[in-house]
Design a binder for this molecule. Structure first.
Ligand code: ZN
Ligand code: ZN
Length: 346
């Protein structure tokens, strides 16, 4: 089968690899119909994620059709259409039973990391019963791909950890796919204002269409000052960091209101300053989280009900054999005006 294989920092290739087979009784083999590229894949290609070794098939998002199941898989059958969760959950370990499947003792984020992933024609999914979700009959398939990772990530790590409430002022730093997923799902709670902060004007335009009430372009400078004046000097109730850089984490700290929540979503590759000298008395809460993907069923229902329209985050479409071009587009997101790209398999 064809698959996108990591060849060490800076290098990847689309190549022919053996088709995966069942290994454990709890496995399923899924024939991929649609997959996508994540910002995390770009981090991997830079060499930022040492757990990914040469020869690994990349990708942790996608949908497909079950082709084979192990003898103890009971929830799914051959021929079922499924969403592949970016988090593999055994459903039985202490972490899974606490709903913290990201730290599952037998899974977690393993796809396209420590086991072969979804940017391929087929993938082996361990713990299939608790790591897949059935696709409803009339669902839009492209929208379903957004449920593998970005919607649960924006919602759990940003909105739920940030405790967004009715009437809140929310700032989202970073208007990439994850920041926009946080924006879409923050709207469930009717915040009074959502301030979107990014350096890319076209992403800010999209944020506005998706419901941001105020925009700040960071390339104009004085970002904290602007956010403070927009909130009449109070600061924001919730600051969602969806970039993963020291400056953006510091920005959250300089615009947070007393009693506010800073919810980190970004993947950080270096240490970031924490200004306890100003924050110690401010009653704030800072959270970090790797997505547990426990809200996927809830988000799936909102998509099916038309309350959430994640298709708006898809900007480009390619065939799987064009995956190198798809990476080029996604990797040059500002130039290409790219958010999520869909890769389809015939
Ligand atoms: Zn991802
Ligand atoms: Zn587990």
């Amino acid at each position: 089968m064809k698959a996108l294989v990591y060849q060490g920092p800076g290098s990847k290739s689309l190549m022919e690899v053996p088709k995966p087979g069942l290994r454990d009784a709890t496995d399923a083999i899924v024939r991929i119909t649609k997959t996508t590229i994540c910002g995390t894949d770009l981090h991997i290609l830079k060499g930022d994620v040492p757990s990914v070794t040469e020869g690994r098939v990349l990708g942790h998002e996608g949908i497909g059709v079950i082709e084979q199941i192990g003898s103890s898989v009971t929830r799914y059958h051959v021929g079922d259409r499924v969403i592949i969760s970016c988090i593999t959950a055994c459903g039985k370990c202490d972490f899974c039973r606490r709903g913290m499947c990201s730290h599952c003792e037998h899974g977690g984020w393993i796809l396209g990391n420590t086991i072969d992933g979804t940017q391929a024609e087929h993938v082996r999914i361990p713990w299939a019963d608790t790591s897949l979700h059935a696709i409803p009959e009339d669902a839009n398939e492209e929208a379903m791909v957004m449920l593998s990772d970005i919607l649960p990530t924006g919602y759990e790590c940003g909105v739920l950890n940030g405790c967004v409430k009715p009437g809140d002022t929310v700032a989202i730093i970073g208007a990439g796919p994850i920041g926009l997923a946080a924006l879409l799902t923050a709207r469930f709670y009717a915040p009074a204002d959502i301030i979107m902060i990014d350096r890319d004007e076209s992403r800010l335009d999209i944020a506005k269409k998706l419901g941001a009430t105020m925009l700040i372009n960071t390339s104009d400078g004085r970002v904290a000052e602007k956010a403070m004046s927009m909130t009449l000097g109070r600061g924001v109730d919730v600051a969602i960091e969806a970039v993963g850089a020291p400056e953006t984490f510091e920005l959250c700290q300089s615009i947070i209101a007393a009693g506010g929540h800073i919810a980190n979503v970004g993947v950080h590759g270096e240490s970031a300053p924490l200004h306890l000298e100003t924050l110690w008395s401010r009653n704030i809460i800072i959270t970090t989280r790797l997505v547990d993907a426990v809200t996927t069923p809830l988000l799936l229902k909102t998509v099916i009900a038309g309350k959430l329209e994640p298709k708006q985050l898809i900007t480009h479409r390619f065939a799987l054999h064009e995956v190198m071009a798809a990476y080029d587009t996604f990797g040059n997101a500002a130039r290409e005006h790219a958010l999520k790209v869909i890769l389809s398999c015939a």
